[in-house]
Design a binder for this molecule. Structure first.
Ligand code: F6R
Length: 365
């Protein structure tokens, strides 16, 4: 079933152009208008909604962080994102004017399901983004958006994440066009970029040799830091989770601006820092942050858009992604991070598809 790949994880990483394309194209009509069969939110419904909670666990939560960014940017509705196991116990401000969005690959994660039930009890409308058709989360929701990742077997989630991102962008754009917060022109531009994503994801995948080579030299670190600004920090969190769960390296992610408020104390000679610098608006700020950690001896792997070559002067290695709008970079920038985690875990001899202590679907609290 691995079709020649060594592990399910790497097979699923390579299935992302297809997953992204299916999740996107199945929702577009001939004029590239978004058609969401499972979602019945009208303009009236949306005008009533004054707050959105996105709730999920792990990787799906990280997709939710990008979702907040997209919804606030495009549809101008305030969004809060929470991990499901925290949401329920903090007495969230949920009422009938709240839209609750659950994200779950399996649709069976008990924490997410319990949070959904709590929000429903308080009167919220429930929209879910789910990969498994007919799963519990899908069945208990008012509106459902199915991602088309196909079955995900490796414990570490990869193609589910990128399809969840596409789902979040489509939901955000759908809301924006229904509410009238984006012009036709802006919509067309974003949609054209979204449609180029499968091919751009493929281009990043074609470069996996560079990343394998890097991993063969950088697999022995005791700890790894991921940093970024803006939407990059959300992707940094996902990259860090991928690494720790399959390679057992202690890793974490921070907003680069927070470095000097504490974390920089941990940087020493040879510390591996993965620095995402894909946001045009924040590029110069990121270059200064890279300089700060380099000055303390860090080995920096930068992630940047093709053409932004300035970073080569400060980072030790740069992994490039194809150029795109700042808003959409997560679909591309997560790919080198997935590959890096994968090849580091392989170099360390880890059981990549079945990491210790982890289960694919967490149906206990
Ligand atoms: C990480 C991973 C987990 C899941 C989380 C939620 O690679 O797979 O963090 O993302 O357990 O699972 P679902 O999406 O099935 O609710």
């Amino acid at each position: 079933e691995k079709e020649g790949y060594e592990h399910f994880m790497i097979k699923e990483i390579h299935e992302q152009p297809k997953g992204v394309s299916e999740t996107l194209l199945r929702r577009l009509d001939k004029e590239d208008h978004i058609v969401l069969d499972g979602i019945k939110l009208t303009k009236e419904d949306l005008d009533k909604i004054n707050k959105i909670y996105i709730v999920a666990c792990g990787t799906a939560y990280h997709a939710g962080l990008v979702g907040r960014y997209a919804i606030e940017k495009f549809a101008k509705i305030p969004v809060e994102v929470d991990v499901a196991s925290e949401f329920r116990y903090r007495d969230p401000f949920v009422d009938e004017n709240t839209l609750f969005i659950a994200i779950s690959q399996s649709g069976e994660t008990l924490d997410t399901l319990a949070a959904l039930r709590e929000a429903k009890r308080k009167g919220a409308r429930i929209l879910s983004i789910v990969n498994v058709v007919g799963s519990s989360v899908a069945r208990e929701s008012d509106d459902v958006f199915y991602t088309w990742a196909g079955p995900e077997i490796a414990v570490a989630s990869t193609k589910a994440y990128t399809t969840q991102l596409v789902a979040m962008y489509l939901v955000a754009l759908h809301m924006a066009m229904t509410k009238g917060t984006l012009s036709q022109e802006e919509y067309k531009k974003i949609m054209a970029e979204l449609k180029s994503m499968p091919e751009k994801v493929q281009r990043v995948l074609n470069n996996c040799d560079t990343i394998q080579h890097l991993a063969d030299h950088q697999f022995n670190n005791e700890s790894v830091f991921y940093m970024g600004r803006g939407v990059d920090v959300n992707v940094a969190h996902e990259g860090s989770l991928k690494l720790k769960e399959i390679s057992y390296i202690n890793s974490f992610a921070i907003a680069a601006g927070e470095l000097k408020h504490g974390t920089i104390a941990l940087i020493e000679d040879g510390t591996l820092v993965v620095a995402l610098a894909t946001q045009d608006k924040l590029y110069d700020k990121m270059l200064s942050n890279i300089q700060e950690v380099r000055a303390r001896g860090a080995y920096v792997v930068g992630v940047a858009k093709e053409g932004n070559k300035e970073i080569e002067k400060t980072a030790d290695v740069v992994l490039y992604i194809p150029d795109t709008m700042d808003e959409l970079t997560p679909i591309l920038s997560v790919i080198p991070l997935q590959l890096l985690a994968y090849y580091i875990a392989v170099a360390r001899g880890c059981d990549v598809d079945k990491p210790k202590n982890l289960a694919k679907s967490v149906t206990v609290e």
